[in-house]
Design a protein around this ligand. Structure first.
Ligand code: HEC
Length: 128
C-alpha cells in the first residue's frame, strides 16, 4: 500500500498558486501602486509642498533629533523653558541663525520667517 503522506503533500502543492503566478500578481500590484503614487505626486507637487511651514513641523524636521521631540534635550540641551533663559526673542533667533559650538547655524537652511516661527514654537509649545 502506498503511503498516504506524499499524496497529501502533492495535492496541497497543486492547490497553491505557482511561484510564477504569485510573481506576476505581485508585479501587477507594484505597477498599480507606482502609478497611483506617481499620479498623487504629479498633481502640482514641488519640493516646497514637502517643506514644513508650522513651528512644530519645522522643529520636528530640523531640531528634534538633537533637542528631543518635546524639547527634553538629547545631543543639545533641553529647550523646554528656553524662553526663561532668552528673555529677548531676538537673542534666541540670532543663536539659531548663527549657531554656537555644536549647535548648527540655520541661517543658510531656513529663511528668517521659518527661524522666527520655530523659535516661537520652542518658546511656547515645548513641554518636555
Ligand atoms: C546637531 C544637533 C543640533 C540641532 C539639529 C539643533 N541644535 Fe540647538 N543646540 C545644539 C547644541 C549642542 C547646543 C548647545 C550649544 C552650546 O551651548 O555650546 C544647542 C543650543 C541651542 C539653543 C540654546 C539653548 C540654551 O539653553 O542656551 C537653542 C535656543 C537651540 N539650540 C535651538 C535650536 C533650534 C530652534 C533648532 C532647529 C532649528 C536646533 N537648535 C537644532 C545642538 C543642535
Amino acid at each position: 500500500m502506498a503511503p498516504a503522506a506524499p499524496d497529501r503533500d502533492n495535492r496541497s502543492v497543486r492547490r497553491r498558486p505557482s511561484p510564477r503566478v504569485r510573481a506576476a500578481v505581485l508585479t501587477a500590484a507594484l505597477v498599480v501602486a507606482t502609478a497611483a503614487l506617481t499620479a498623487a505626486c504629479g498633481g502640482g507637487g514641488t519640493d516646497s509642498a514637502a517643506r514644513p511651514t508650522t513651528g512644530k513641523g519645522i522643529y520636528l524636521a530640523n531640531c528634534a533629533t538633537c533637542h528631543g521631540v518635546d524639547g527634553q534635550g538629547g545631543v543639545g540641551p533641553r529647550l523646554a523653558g528656553v524662553a526663561a533663559r532668552y528673555p529677548d526673542v531676538d537673542a534666541q533667533i540670532a543663536l539659531v541663525t548663527n549657531g554656537l559650538n555644536r549647535m548648527p547655524a540655520f541661517g543658510g537652511r531656513l529663511d528668517p520667517t521659518e527661524i522666527r516661527t520655530v523659535v516661537e514654537y520652542t518658546r511656547t509649545d515645548l513641554r518636555g
